[in-house]
Design a protein around this ligand. Structure first.
Ligand SMILES: Cc1cc2nc3c(=O)[nH]c(=O)nc-3n(C[C@H](O)[C@H](O)[C@H](O)COP(=O)(O)OP(=O)(O)OC[C@H]3O[C@@H](n4cnc5c(N)ncnc54)[C@H](O)[C@@H]3O)c2cc1C
Length: 508
């Protein structure tokens, strides 16, 4: 959430302009007459005071930094469109920012313009199976507002302090295993393209923009408003935690697969807890089933391998949806967690490979990789059919896809912080090789077959890695960029490199 603008800032920001000769944002008061181009008249504010720029110089990963030249706090879509058009004309880089929770500079725009989306956070309407909201709204606020009207979004991320536009720009993976990414549940959205045009798009209306913007990493436009599917809220949620010891990873996977096949549970995920003392890691299967308050869920877990421990609960939907936010508030209490480095490793793996790859990763993890107290491993199973959005790259030719996350931090008792980042990035590159990730360094694997990085984590991308990541869809990625962001001003953080030829060469 942006902090309040001080009176001193307001004084100065009244006159932010652009100096085309030095290709630099400046305060009008500091510029010689005729030297600068005035910016469009805005309902919101354009800021360049030090505190505001500092706020947008890093992200939750604390590993990559880059100070923007100015920050727009828009009051409406017109402000976003006017400033993007202004920047497009002059070749100035622009990136939208939501809650700033990506961990490797994906939203940074050194010397360019940040569009702080958190100032666009209205809930327009909720009803008739659809919620119409601004993209800068936090999921937390949407969940609370929707619950007040008896509805819910079907596929929530674990932590809800993220913006709607932020997760839709990457994909948005939940424990609701039947839906694919959150991007599958968007009916329509409003996008400001890299030309500064305001366009409503959907599967029927300008579908190429719709396909390119969802999980599009901000490459073709800024998502400003979204119409999302909502469904009735359950009266109650039954939850189970089934704990399997270090030698029983196979049983944990067997339970998850069986429950997926039965389709009786509503949410499933695996939480791998770090080894403690002489014991190995624990595999905790989390199961949730939504109910109407009259029937229990006694048959849900029938004929499954017996866990070493089993705890169950029942709660109202809103408490359930906020479970991880509540836990997370404790971890973040003193702000220390926010300052940790987070070289997170996130990959989508086919069902056939997940146990081998994840098992090998877990066996290879050092105490530093686990970073007990602040780090752990997660795996989210999904029905592969759920994934149709083309920019969200997941393995094909399999019935189930797993998102595996190793959430390492440099918590206090791990190795030297000075070399931590370099070590962790080298480790991630090695893990990519082990997971047969198509964009791994030095890989020769078929770019349409293998595992895929979920680009929310820490990876040093190259032009070749991006091409391989998109495989046979790369020409489509390039064509959409050419059409909707021809000056290539949008979202430099991911480091994608585009050729001049819109058809683009095929991935090597
Ligand atoms: C604690 C934590 C828990 C998480 N849990 C999950 C999870 O359960 N599932 C999951 O899938 N991910 C999860 N993530 C990752 C998260 O979904 C992504 O990092 C997401 O992009 C963060 O949203 P944000 O609002 O912070 O976006 P930002 O970090 O501000 O932006 C992310 C990227 O999207 C672009 N962008 C932001 N808003 C827009 C917009 N409106 N239009 C176009 N581009 C935009 C930015 O330029 C940037 O490149 C988690 C991250 C953290 C730190």
């Amino acid at each position: 959430m942006p902090g309040p603008v001080t009176a001193a800032e307001v004084d100065r920001v009244v006159g932010v302009a652009f100096d085309p000769l030095r290709h630099k944002w400046v305060f009008v008061a500091d510029a010689a007459e005729g030297q600068v181009v005035p910016t469009p008249k805005l309902a919101g504010s354009l800021l360049m005071s030090g505190t505001v720029l500092d706020e947008h110089s890093g992200d939750m990963g604390n590993m990559v930094f880059g100070r923007p030249g100015a920050v727009l706090r828009p009051r409406g879509v017109e402000d976003v469109a006017a400033m993007v058009a202004f920047c497009a004309e002059r070749g100035i880089s622009v990136a939208a920012r939501g809650a700033k929770h990506t961990v490797f500079g994906q939203g940074l725009v050194p010397d360019g313009l940040v569009v702080d989306m958190t100032s666009l956070r209205a809930v327009h309407t909720i009803g008739e199976g659809v919620a119409d909201v601004d993209a800068g709204l936090l999921w937390h606020d949407l969940v609370v507002e929707a619950a007040g009207r008896g509805v819910r979004f079907p596929a929530l991320t674990h932590f809800l302090g993220l913006t709607v536009g932020g997760t839709l720009s990457v994909g948005g993976i939940s424990a609701a295993y039947r839906f694919g990414g959150q991007v599958e549940l968007v009916r329509e959205m409003q996008v400001v393209t890299g030309r500064g045009d305001v366009v409503w798009c959907s599967r029927e209306r300008q579908p190429d923009l719709f396909r390119a913007a969802l999980a599009g990493l901000g490459q073709v436009g800024i998502i400003t408003r979204v119409r999302l599917e909502v469904v009735a809220m359950p009266d109650t949620v039954h939850t189970h935690e089934l704990v399997f010891g270090a030698e029983r990873m196979g049983d944990a996977f067997a339970v998850l697969r069986e429950l997926m096949d039965r389709r009786e549970a509503d949410e499933l995920f695996l939480w791998v807890w770090p080894p403690t003392g002489s014991g190995g890691p624990e595999f905790r299967v989390h199961v949730a089933r939504f109910g109407d308050g009259t029937t229990g869920d006694r048959h849900l877990l029938r004929d499954l391998p017996e866990p070493d421990r089993h705890s169950r609960g029942e709660q109202d939907y809103l408490s359930f949806a906020l479970t991880h936010d509540t836990m997370f508030e404790q971890v973040r209490r003193d702000g220390a967690w926010d300052r940790l480095k987070k070289p997170w490793f996130d990959v989508f793996v086919a069902d056939e490979d997940v146990e081998d790859h994840l098992g090998a990763l877990i066996r290879s993890m050092s105490p530093e990789d686990w970073s007990p107290g602040t780090g752990f491993v997660l795996a989210f199973p999904h029905e592969a059919d759920g994934f149709t959005a083309p920019r969200l790259r997941v393995p094909k030719g399999t019935s189930r896809v797993w998102l595996c996350d190793a959430l390492t931090t440099n918590s206090a008792d791990t190795g030297s912080p000075a070399t931590f980042s370099a070590r962790a990035l080298a480790r991630n590159a090695l893990w990519e090789q082990r997971f047969d990730v198509v964009s791994a360094p030095d890989t020769g694997a078929d770019p349409d077959e293998g595992s895929f990085v979920y680009p929310i984590g820490a990876k040093e991308w190259t032009a070749r890695a991006w091409r391989r990541h998109y495989g046979s869809t790369w020409p489509e990625v390039v064509a959409a960029k050419h059409r909707y962001d021809p000056r290539r001003i949008l979202t430099p953080g991911p480091g994608m490199v585009f050729d001049a030829d819109p058809s683009g060469p095929a991935a090597p």
